[in-house]
Design a protein around this ligand. Structure first.
Ligand code: UD1
Length: 338
């Protein structure tokens, strides 16, 4: 069965390609390599022994998208990762984000709507909940006004899919709302490759420990949490990748209850920034140089998932713990820069 993975050379995409191949799917990747490298193909192949088909082009080129689907009319499902994801950059350049994240989604959905049947998985984010009123966060929590154009592209993306599914009965879709993806493949053949200074916590920690950054700034210790630092739900990327495979399989097997569904993908456990640092120090045996500084604008106090729906309906549960995420991220960092 042939599956298209857009953005399949990226962080979450590449791990999902591995899990799809492990389950026997034939994978075709489209990636423009704007934030990834064709070298990732080698990493995937060394884990699974199988090289995915790869086409390098930009999904904003509508004719190329049309042409692709006419050449690959046997595609049974699409997992759509290709998107820009830097929150700060999206504030600086909103039109880039709206164009890149939404036009590509529309062009793909258009092609899928012409097919007799189609299965579609969308990369969404817990950012749609903003600071939820109740924790843990269920899928029924209201979507809050987006804090950034990036967050807004995820909200609008979900709405585009929902509205399309209402009138396109041959299309089945699932949005997965990820909490904080982290870690790397245990083989250290693939992992996260941030360009420039990382904005996310865990790559910043590992880059500090390897000597690339002088110290980590912890953004605020005056939040109403156990130690004053923010709480997030850090999910291992391999667990997250597996959630995509079971979600896709649910659609292929016609087990979905409606033709558009939404699932949280997290561990269900919240960790503070200081707990993440402690976990890193434990698994790496290194002291981390860090300093408490002021709050970062736009940060919410706490977010962690209620994963009951995914546990029950997808029969999926995160297996890795925070320590596993940090040790795999550290192993990967040492391989990349060591
Ligand atoms: C960020 C984005 C969010 C996006 C998510 C994707 C912002 C405001 N939010 O979420 O929209 O969906 O990434 O992964 O950018 N921290 C530090 N020092 C650092 C970096 C982070 O203390 O150098 C803290 C943050 O304050 C936060 C936690 O670590 O409490 C996690 O931060 P981060 O990895 O950036 O993720 P989010 O803020 O959850």
């Amino acid at each position: 069965m042939k599956i298209l993975v857009t953005g399949g050379l990226g962080f979450i995409g590449s791990h999902t390609v591995v899990e799809l191949q492990n389950k026997g799917y034939k994978v075709v990747i489209i990636d423009n390599c704007s934030n990834s490298s064709p070298d990732v193909l080698q990493g995937i192949q060394s884990i699974t022994g199988k090289k995915p088909i790869f086409e390098q082009f930009d999904l904003r080129e509508k004719e190329k998208v049309q042409n692709f689907f006419s050449r690959h009319d046997d595609i049974e499902g699409v997992i759509h990762f290709a998107a820009s994801k830097a929150v700060g950059e999206s504030v600086e350049n909103p039109l880039l984000y709206y164009e890149n994240n939404l036009s590509t989604l529309i062009y793909i959905l258009q092609q899928l709507s012409y097919k007799k049947s189609a299965n579609f998985i969308f990369s969404s984010s817990c950012t749609v909940y903003g600071q939820a009123d109740e924790l843990p966060i269920t899928e029924n929590a209201p979507v809050k006004p987006a804090e950034s154009p990036y967050g807004n592209t995820k909200q609008i993306g979900e709405e585009i899919i929902r509205d399309t599914c209402k009138v396109t009965k041959n299309l089945k879709a699932i949005s997965l709302r990820y909490f904080n993806p982290t870690g790397a493949h245990p083989s250290a053949e693939i992992g996260e490759l941030p360009i420039g200074v990382p904005q996310n916590l865990i790559p910043f920690i590992t880059q500090t420990a390897i000597g690339l950054r002088e110290k980590l700034s912890v953004f605020g210790n005056d939040y109403p949490t156990s130690d004053g630092t923010c709480i997030r739900d850090y999910i291992h990327v391999v667990d997250l990748a597996k959630a995509h495979v079971v979600a896709l399989q649910r659609l292929i097997d016609d087990k979905n209850t409606t033709n558009y569904e939404v699932f949280n993908v997290g561990t269900g456990t919240g960790s503070t920034v200081l707990e993440v640092i402690q976990s890193f120090e434990k698994v790496s045996g290194q002291k981390l140089n860090y300093q408490i500084v002021g709050r970062r604008e736009g940060d919410i106090t706490a977010a962690y998932a209620d994963t009951t729906k995914a546990n029950n309906e997808l029969d999926w549960k995160a297996e890795s713990k925070l320590d596993d995420s940090l040790s795999s991220a550290w192993k990967w960092e040492q391989k990349v820069r060591g």
